[in-house]
Design a binder for this molecule. Sequence first.
Ligand code: FES
Length: 113
Amino acid sequence: MIKADEWHLVASTEDIDEEDVIQVRLDDLLLAIYNLDGEFYATSDICTHENTCLSEGIVVGDIIECPRHQGRFHIPTGEPKGAPASVPIPTYPVKVIDNKIYVAVGDSSEWNN
Ligand code: FES
């Protein structure tokens, strides 16, 4: 179970156009928040290849393309989908209530319990 205090308000749904991504900072954590046809997703904003913000890249379908070397990641799962990306990016649970987007960050080992 995700604990109530692990959900953080990060944006409003109208802040992110369809097929777009924004950066949100939660303390030291940089997140990328995506709108894919009205479904919202959150990943780490830091490319696992080198230290580059994915939110400055482009969204193509359900893929984020890194602006630096064009590595690609599957947004819903974080899986790498194109070289030189080879290590998944962390993903985070998202919920939308009254057009507000909340992301759960906390102890990921507890999310599936
Ligand atoms: S820094 Fe993202 S693919 Fe190289």
